[in-house]
Design a protein around this ligand. Structure first.
Ligand code: NAD
Ligand code: DAU
Length: 346
């Protein structure tokens, strides 16, 4: 099987789960190692016989076709993407290239290389709840909510979802799409809210909260997402979509305050030290007000539900970042510093 984007945040947890749980599979992790991909995330798997790494760009049509013909992957879990909304606002085309064209290249390689009956094949596409747009104060995204993306990132993910579904309808390529809510946990690049704020608290830097901070997200621990992917990959119905979420909505400002209190405890700092770093800044353009997932389909059909509470998951996440300062230092040096200065000082 092929897993794309396995050196990234969610991908690394998925690769580890599959490599450990399925010694009989030959697992190929294809990743271009952009700023967000990091083989340090998978160091513990280097000597596993069922694990192989391929450095390649999903935008390279010829190379993707060559790899499909050479390794004859039966199944794909496709995670590789540009994933940060703020970067999509600065450089939308990079998101169209990787998220839309890159996905098309994988779909075409599958269509060209898989046998006509597709008996043993699956194209499992990892998507996001952001394709559904923004909710008001009430309601939840279900699998039948109409797509209404608002950022270049979510528009590119929505487009890739449509192509996956279209290839299913038109060419019968068996697919599954899962649309998941916000993930958090170890190995997340510190451009996203939780790891960025953990890093800034460690370094006693300001905590830049967009707008009034009253935006709501539904948070899921990344290892619970990986378990949901394992279950859906093996037991989900082809040609279907499943929503995955944490049943766990938080307004940003409440989450940030909880994080500040936990960090003060962990760092032996006086209560209130981290909260004093909170700074409200200019809002993100097109900022979606609220996301919340109805994950009852996957719960009822496949028996999945999150295994940790938010407080447990957040504490494990903080502990991981505090124990892995070298990882943090490695990823926050170089290009990242330029991104941070340009984005937050503009
Ligand atoms: P990430 O940015 O941490 O990792 C993306 C990975 O893809 C990196 O390893 C990167 O090197 C690789 N990649 C990027 N462009 C590539 C290219 N052209 N060719 C090959 N590899 C390339 O992302 P993530 O947060 O782990 O998200 C993984 C997937 O899950 C994405 O498809 C994202 O849309 C989706 N998703 C993310 C979340 C979340 O909260 N992070 C929630 C729902 C869905
Ligand atoms: O919902 C799933 C999506 O969640 C994934 O598809 C995306 O890949 C992932 O990046 C995430 O998108 P968000 O935009 O919701 O995540 P982010 O961590 O960037 O922001 C979470 C909230 O925090 C959002 O309301 C914006 C706010 N925020 C974020 C940053 C980086 C701030 O207030 N300040 C910040 O500096």
């Amino acid at each position: 099987m092929l897993i794309t984007g396995g050196a990234g945040f969610i991908g690394s947890h998925v690769v580890r789960l599959f490599v450990i749980n399925y010694p009989e599979y030959h697992i190929y992790n294809l990743d271009m190692l952009t700023y967000a991909g990091n083989l340090e995330n998978l160091k513990d798997l280097e000597n596993f016989k069922n694990y192989h790494f391929i450095r390649a760009d999903i935008n390279d049509e010829k190379e993707i076709n060559r790899l499909f013909a050479k390794y004859r992957f039966d199944k794909i879990i496709h995670l590789a993407a540009e994933s940060h909304v703020d970067r999509s606002i600065t450089d939308p085309l990079a998101f169209v290239k990787t998220n839309v064209i890159g996905t098309m290249n994988l779909l075409n390689a599958a269509k060209n290389n898989w046998p006509e009956d597709f008996k043993d094949n699956l194209f499992y596409h990892i998507s996001t709840d952001e394709v559904y747009g923004s909710l008001g104060e009430t309601g939840l995204f279900t699998e039948t909510t109409a797509y209404d993306p608002n950022s270049p990132y979510s528009a590119s993910k929505a487009s890739s979802d449509h192509f996956v579904r279209a290839y299913g309808e038109t060419y019968n390529i068996p697919y599954i799409i899962t649309n998941c809510s916000n993930n958090y946990g170890p190995n997340q690049f510190p451009e996203k809210l939780i790891p960025l704020f953990i890093n800034n608290i460690i370094e006693e830097k300001k905590l830049p909260v967009y707008g009034d901070g009253k935006y709501t997200r539904d948070w899921l621990y990344v290892k619970d997402h990986a378990v949901a992917i394992d279950l859906t990959f093996h037991k989900g119905k082809n040609y279907c979509t499943y929503n995955i979420g944490g049943f766990n909505e938080w307004q940003n400002i409440d989450l940030v305050k909880l994080l500040c209190d936990l960090m003060d405890d962990k760092l032996d700092r006086k209560k209130g030290t981290s909260k004093a770093l909170i700074t409200y800044i200019k809002d993100r353009p097109g900022h979606d007000k609220r996301y919340a997932i109805d994950a009852n389909k996957i719960k009822k059909e496949l028996g999945w539900k999150p295994s940790v509470t938010f407080e447990e998951g957040l504490e494990q996440t903080i502990d991981w970042y505090l124990a892995n300062k070298k990882w943090l230092n490695n990823v926050t040096s170089g290009d990242y510093q330029n991104y941070y200065t340009t984005h937050y000082n503009s």
